[in-house]
Design a protein around this ligand. Structure first.
Ligand code: ZN
Length: 326
């Protein structure tokens, strides 16, 4: 008795799993001896099964390994936390025994919290380690400074904390924003948000320093704010060109270089205007063949402008050619 390909294919999975009757097995083997296409189907069933098995085992091994690593790092984190708890407990007792009130204990506590934020937190957190570590570190550092300021009766808290926040913001705001799920218009302008935060904190630093040093607001440190405003033209200009000008990379690079050239030659004149009330002609006395005290500044301004125009011009030329090409 012969069987058709349809019947053979119905039997193949059973045959592969070795669960069909000996009669069916014999019939199928007779059919397979003559039919190459059914033989091919059987080979495919075998291959797929092996692939599935390998995939399954790989996932099993990786999953097990990840679990082990997670458990080990959690145990390490908890151990570090317990080690840190010992000096906290000792200081609590000593501080109470000696001073009958808690004062410097809080400095020890917040210092060890800062230490824990960069050691314990990344070990015990499973998700968003970076954000939790950064948040914990910033929070405990601010608490530490606040405790020290209160303990020493210092008025330096803001002038210490704001520059620290400014530095952390420059370094980590792009990371924090890239990790956070913003919605709507904000999700498309994360760079702009980071730049705005940096700018606000820069002015907060200037204002905090001005207040701390007791500078005469009108006479002195508005100069700081105006000078900062002029200096910010360069980073903001470059950011807006790179992020928002809709053109190819070469065109944007060209625009950036030309803009930098103009800023470093003409733009810095605004600072002279703020500080001295006059804007000197930037290039008066410039002579690129003579370099002395009288020519060095105008020469540098001239070079900044010329190199900006030449290098930027080349980039723009390449950009235009590439745009035409495709
Ligand atoms: Zn067949």
């Amino acid at each position: 008795m012969k069987i058709s390909c349809d019947v053979a294919r119905d039997l193949l999975p059973l045959y592969h799993d070795a669960v069909c009757s000996s009669g069916s097995k014999q019939l199928l083997e007779e059919h397979l001896a003559d039919c190459d296409s059914c033989k091919l189907v059987l080979e495919r069933i075998r291959d797929n099964t092996i692939d599935d098995r390998i995939k399954y085992e790989r996932e099993e091994v990786v999953g097990h390994h990840t679990k082990t690593v997670k458990r080990k790092s959690f145990i390490t984190g908890v151990s570090i936390a317990s080690v840190l708890a010992v000096p906290i407990l000792v200081c609590l007792i000593v501080n109470l025994a000696v001073g009958r009130a808690l004062d410097w204990f809080f400095i020890v506590l917040t210092s060890l919290m800062t230490l824990a934020s960069v050691t314990v937190v990344p070990l015990v957190r499973e998700r968003k380690k970076g954000l939790w570590t950064l948040g914990g570190f910033t929070g405990s550092l601010i608490l530490l400074l606040m405790t020290c300021a209160i303990y020493t009766g210092g008025d330096w808290f803001f002038v210490a904390v704001i520059p620290i926040l400014f530095g952390l913001c420059i370094l980590f705001a792009p990371y924090v924003l890239s990790q956070s799920r913003l919605t709507g218009i904000a999700s498309r302008h994360k760079g702009l948000i980071a730049m705005a935060l940096d700018t606000l904190l820069l002015f907060a630093v200037i204002i905090a320093s001005g207040l701390y040093t007791g500078a005469d607001i009108l006479a002195d440190w508005h100069l700081g704010i105006l000078t900062a405003l002029v200096s910010l033209i360069l980073p903001w200009g470059l950011f807006l060109i790179i992020r928002y000008v809709k053109a190819n990379t070469f065109l944007r690079a060209g625009l950036s270089v030309i803009f930098s050239g103009f800023f470093l030659s003409y733009g810095l004149g605004l600072i002279d205007w703020i500080l001295e009330g006059t804007v000197p002609y930037r290039f008066s006395g410039a002579n690129l063949f003579v370099w002395n005290d009288a020519t060095i500044n105008p020469n540098i301004f001239l070079l900044a402008l010329l190199s900006g125009l030449i290098v930027g011009g080349i980039f723009i030329l390449v950009g235009v050619l590439r745009k035409k090409k495709g």
